[in-house]
Design a protein around this ligand. Structure first.
Ligand SMILES: Cc1ncc(COP(=O)(O)O)c(C=O)c1O
Length: 363
């Protein structure tokens, strides 16, 4: 059986360090918003070359609190991609705004920057690009539009930790970068976790209050906030895993290069524009014979997953906005053709060869 991920192997690699760190936290008895969270926030801000980082309860919390920290009110609009995980859209709807979609680029599967400008209205407050599967969006064009129309840019970096354009990391282009540390992410903890990185002091201070019931911990509440805090155990684990993330990302890139050399004649492989670096959170192929490939892999005991089978505009909670099938045809076709293959660090070259053989044989 070849799984999508091998989290057990990753854990066994760092077991002693993790166990020691967790025991220290348990003995220290500061379990929420303590020194480990502060140390991790400092490290993450430094890693991104930014002034601020706020640890929060999840990637969804990072997105939602970033939007909530801005002057966005019910009825406002936020432009995003229809091809993403549902949390992107949920976070927009939590603040009462309308998710306005621009279709995706068929090559990169990210928001098509040529389609954003026509979606901007006097209600548009922000653009929320998602660096899907680890590939950065065209941030140069997005930031030009944001500047021209005076819009905020909240980057959904849940899948793009360590990805960059000409060496500049995702999360450092817009007003804020939002990360998820869900266990399967490139930097994952052993539960839920997330963080916002930003150079915007006002947003940062708003988020510090919003994550903790609208208070900085002194029982004086400036706004109605939420409970979305990174806990000390997860922060201690993340500090250890942060040291490994770059070598793990490099292993994913090596695996992706092997897949591409074996498969590019048979299926569409990820197309990385010049100067862009993907962390290959997913290695996602495209083929009109997607279902046949998936079945053949299943028969051969190889895991594969369809991220994502239904684009956002066709999800039930969005019916209220009146979107219809056919509105975003590129995203709709992608959802019928994509398939993500195992690409995790530690996956053997032999396993990649076997997976490629199964795919080529079935076609
Ligand atoms: C693109 C994207 N955005 C947001 C999220 C939400 O992150 P979390 O599960 O940590 O809330 C995820 C991941 O799950 C994601 O893949």
């Amino acid at each position: 059986m070849i799984p999508m991920l091998d989290l057990r192997r990753e854990f066994l690699d760092i077991e002693d360090e993790v166990v020691a760190a967790v025991i220290e936290v348990l003995k220290g008895t500061r379990y929420v918003l303590g020194p480990e969270v502060e140390a991790f926030e400092r490290q993450l801000a430094k890693y991104h070359g930014l002034s601020h980082c706020a640890g929060v309860g999840s990637g969804t919390g990072a997105l939602f609190l970033s939007l909530a920290s801005l002057p966005i009110s019910p009825g406002d609009e936020v432009i995003t991609t229809p091809f993403t995980f549902f949390a992107t859209v949920e976070s927009i709807m939590y603040v009462g705004a309308k998710p306005v979609f621009a279709d995706i680029d068929t090559r990169t599967l990210n928001i098509d920057v040529d389609l954003i400008e026509e979606k901007i209205t006097d209600k548009t407050k922000a653009i929320l690009p998602v660096h899907l599967f680890g590939l950065p969006c065209n941030m140069k064009r997005i930031m030009e539009l944001a500047k021209k129309y005076n819009l905020y840019v909240i980057e959904d970096c849940a899948q793009s930790f360590g990805s960059s354009i000409d060496g500049k990391l995702t999360g450092t282009f817009g007003s804020a970068g939002c990360f998820s540390f869900y266990p399967s992410k490139n930097l994952g903890c052993y539960g839920d976790g997330g963080a916002v990185v930003t150079d915007n002091k006002e947003m940062y201070e708003n988020i510090l209050a919003l994550r903790n019931h609208g208070s900085r911990g002194n029982y004086i509440h400036s706004v109605v906030g939420f409970n979305s805090r990174l806990d000390e155990i997860q922060a201690a684990i993340l500090l250890i895993k942060l040291k490994k993330v770059e070598s793990n990302n490099a292993m994913r890139r090596e695996n992706a290069a092997i897949y591409t050399s074996l498969l590019s004649s048979a299926v569409m492989c990820p197309d990385i524009p010049m100067g862009y670096t993907s962390n290959y959170h997913q290695f996602t192929i495209r083929s009109p014979h997607r279902n046949k490939i998936k079945d053949a892999l299943h028969e051969a005991d190889v895991s594969s997953v369809v991220y994502y089978p239904v684009p956002m505009h066709l999800q039930k909670p969005l019916e209220q906005f009146g979107y219809r099938k056919g509105d975003f045809p590129v995203a709709e076709t992608a959802s019928e053709e994509v398939l993500s293959l195992p690409v995790y660090p530690g996956l053997s070259q032999e396993a990649i060869g076997r997976i490629a053989e199964v795919i080529k044989k079935c076609l």
